[in-house]
Design a protein around this ligand. Sequence first.
Ligand code: ADP
Ligand code: ASP
Ligand code: MG
Length: 415
Amino acid sequence: MALIVHKYGGTSMGSTDRIKNVAKRVAKWHDAGHQIVVVPSAMSGETNRLIGLAREIMDQPDPRELDMIASTGEQVSVGLLSMALLAIGKQAVSYAGWQVAIKTDSAFTKARIQSIDDEKVKRDLDAGKIVIITGFQGVDEHDNIATLGRGGSDTSAVAIAAAMKAQECLIFTDVDGVYTTDPRVVSEARRLKTITFEEMLELASLGSKVLQTRSVEFAGNYRVPTRVLSSLTDPLLPLEVEANSGTLISFEEDTNMEQAVISGIAFNRDEAKITVLGVPDRPGVAYHILGPVADANIEVDMIIQNQSVDGKTDFTFTVSRGEYARALAVLEAHREELGAASITGDAKVSKLSVVGVGMRSHVGVASQMFRTLSEESINIMMISTSEIKISVLIDEKYMELAVRALHKAFELEKA
Ligand code: ADP
Ligand code: ASP
Ligand code: MG
């Protein structure tokens, strides 16, 4: 007997029929003698609908109140799933985050989990119940509901698995694993049987939304065996088959010398770039430009500063598209003080990244990437690299073309 955490995403919970299928799948695992905690997301489209309602009332919804609203989708899901289990004769009980309690900080809309009290859950499991806990939400020290950021149910599930020392965390979703790139963009994308934790962390943080980045961090920090697999197969698929399906995140150093140099391609459409033109090139220029942006709580990603000409330089950086207007306004307010000639920007850019631990032992990945993009006449606006990734910023209209060309150039469709 083992404790296993199951997470089901929005599509998997998308209708009452799908919820009945989830119940059958969960019952199958419970019948095999396991203790099961289930963490569902809101039904697909529901969180967007709730945020939309908030925006009809307030352009920039108050974050605390927004979380009060956005968190409710998951509460409906846990109740429905619990009923679906009761209806097929299983014992089940559902809890909202605050009832467990899952404690978070007070950073509404992007809160971090601080602790999980698993006492009540353990008692229920020992009494033979299946426990269903809302994803995406927790409660701060003042009893305010706080959500964990979009896609946050992944993080709830892995954090619960870590706190309860579960044998495995199974992330059931609408694809049957982690692919070399988003299979909805490149039909030749190939499912990976395993992926190293480091690569998964890079892919997630560079835009592959199959897992929320923080869930991968939890998996790594607490060594939670985590697997991504399909919820859309027959729920009565033999358990031994299901248990080995999908993609397992591995924590072993990959010793296979023949491994691919590149494991995957990630992209993020949600980018914008801002250029401050003609600033005096003197010590402190980066600080004076990025200081006010940081003070406004806006995260900056890629940065370049040009060679100075006649003592003046241009400075370019990227922010997420949702923060573009605010970042421009912050800089405009400081333009005179900065001595900048002008400030321009472009919110129609995308970031594309190739990721692979094999890059550590291979040279020439960057030149192959740049050659492939040049053959497609795609202009690179910015570049950033780390030990296991190379990212480029390009015009968003070439993003899919670029992903397909790179997937082919690095032969990712081949095992
Ligand atoms: P859920 O609602 O189950 O949390 P998400 O929509 O958040 O599901 O994540 C699953 C989606 O992630 C897939 O439908 C797929 O389009 C997308 N995706 C992006 N990159 C990848 C990748 N490398 N491998 C698999 N899926 C990916
Ligand atoms: N329902 C939340 C969202 O849409 C959390 C999740 O799906 O993981 O972002
Ligand atoms: Mg998700």
